[in-house]
Design a binder for this molecule. Structure first.
Ligand SMILES: O=c1nc2n(C[C@H](O)[C@H](O)[C@H](O)CO)c3cc(O)ccc3cc-2c(=O)[nH]1
Ligand SMILES: C[C@H]1O[C@@H](n2cnc3c(N)ncnc32)[C@H](O)[C@@H]1O
Ligand code: MET
Ligand code: SF4
Length: 408
């Protein structure tokens, strides 16, 4: 442990040392957290915003809960029969999307997070029929149309999280969203190939496929959010490998705008209901190791609603600098049992640790400030209207719709 801690403080720890660090507890964990905090603080100072912890004020738009996958931890996914019994459509209609986005805009939200099941039309004929009846050939085509409607009618900026996409599909979507994302989850192949493991039977959770998406997103120059899900049965070695894989793809393309370290939370109606939640010390060690491996310039995000208020302070101590999207309106539909902290409370929690809660937009500041290299010119006016031109963070405005593309 001492060698591993000293490597973390002074050099690049090797994978064996990272595994040791991922198992740190007690005083060793405190020492690891100190190193991670120092790295985070240096990174924030270097970009001229010392001690700021960011969040994005957002609405969550669950465009469809149908999915061709069946991840054992997921309570978001549903089936056509259940939607019909509950009197719901296969997808949200554009009007329903706009109603959520309009309410969000009036509350000062600047991001519309589209999170949805992967390619449901590949499994459910009802999904394909719903789309065809409205003139769409695919879920991703419908995502694009919904994003355009949100831009034109509300001015919220779409962040797209629709699962696996091809390079061509990402290129089609790039002009309608300043950022996109997809969790790597894990590089563990075993959790995908072995019967009984959480990704068994979910083709979109093949780690090779997911790494390809991350690589393609970089080649397409899309500011991209990704991350790992901690505590789904991956070993400490697999956890270390996953973090290293994210470091490597970012070294290649420079497009990873933030890395989410998310703790698994068991849900009653899922196959993993009996699996204990991620151990807090292991989760904190994962955050700290991610910070150390990814370095001072990466934004490291953990959601504040998946832990307690005291544990939020421990996340700050472990080196995060971003809380991700927080909503004053919509629930976290992926973790519906975990309400968002009120934004005033989150500001207090953040301040109690000596940091200032600061609003950003969906794309992280360096990508906003770099302009057309990273963000499609069709979005320049929409982004310019909600971003502070000096910092690339959020401006204090209420968004409003404008034509898209704003610049032809
Ligand atoms: O409310 C949530 N937001 C999630 N977000 C959104 C996130 O909180 C931020 O709104 C975005 O990252 C914008 O920066 C994700 C975004 C991604 O690109 C990939 C995965 C997630 C996962 C979640 C999630 O589980 N719950
Ligand atoms: C949107 C993201 O939410 C995460 N996700 C899905 N189900 C759970 C759960 N039970 N607990 C925590 N995170 C979860 C996955 O990482 C997915 O990619
Ligand atoms: C609701 S899960 C998030 C989006 C996508 N289905 C994925 O698993 O990556
Ligand atoms: S986590 Fe995403 S891919 Fe897996 S079942 Fe849920 S919606 Fe589908």
């Amino acid at each position: 442990m001492e060698n591993a801690l000293s490597a973390a403080a002074n050099a690049e720890p090797d994978i064996r040392q990272l595994v040791t660090l991922l198992g740190a507890t007690g005083d060793d964990l405190v020492a690891l957290q100190r190193i991670a905090s120092t790295v985070r603080d240096a990174g924030l100072s270097a970009v001229g915003r010392p001690r700021q912890i960011t969040y994005s004020r957002k609405v969550f738009i669950p465009l469809t809960r149908l999915c061709r996958d069946r991840c054992h931890y997921c309570t978001f996914v549903t089936v056509p029969g259940k939607l019909t019994r509950d009197g719901q459509g296969m997808y949200l209609e554009i009007d329903e999307v706009l109603e959520i986005a309009r309410k969000g805009a009036s509350l000062g939200c600047k991001e519309a997070l589209f999170t949805l099941g992967d390619r449901p039309e590949a499994r459910w004929s009802q999904a394909g029929e719903w789309l065809a009846a409205r003139g769409y050939n695919s879920t991703l085509e419908y995502v694009r149309a919904a994003a355009v409607a949100v831009l034109e009618e509300t001015g919220l900026l779409p962040h797209l999280n629709p699962g696996v996409m091809s390079a061509e599909e990402m290129a089609e979507l790039r002009p309608v969203a300043p950022s996109m994302g997809m969790m790597l989850e894990t590089t563990s192949r075993r959790l995908f190939t072995e019967k009984g493991q959480p990704h068994y039977g979910s083709p979109d959770k093949d780690p090779t496929v997911r790494l390809q998406v991350l690589n393609d997103a970089g080649a397409e120059r899309i500011p991209f959010t990704t991350g790992i899900l901690v505590g789904i049965g991956e070993s400490l070695t697999e956890r270390a490998e996953s973090i290293l894989a994210l470091r490597d793809v970012h070294r290649r393309h420079g497009h990873i705008q933030e890395v989410i370290v998310q703790n698994f939370r068991a849900k009653p109606d899922t196959a993993m209901r009996g699996t204990p939640d991620a151990e807090m010390s292991e989760f904190l060690a994962a955050v700290a190791v991610a910070r150390i491996v990814l370095g001072p310039h990466m934004r490291v995000q953990a959601p504040p609603n998946l832990v307690s208020g005291e544990e939020c302070a421990a996340l700050i101590a472990s080196g995060i600098d971003d809380w991700g999207g927080v909503s004053p309106l919509t629930p976290d539909h992926v973790n519906p049992e975990r309400p968002w902290p009120n934004l005033d409370v989150l500001a207090e929690i953040t301040a109690a640790s000596g940091y200032v809660l600061t609003e950003r937009i969906t794309a992280q500041p360096p990508y906003v400030l770099a302009g057309s290299e990273w963000i499609d010119p069709s979005l320049a006016a929409h982004v310019g209207a909600v971003a502070d031109p000096a910092t690339g963070l959020a401006a204090e405005v209420i968004p409003h719709g404008r034509p898209w593309p704003a610049v032809a």
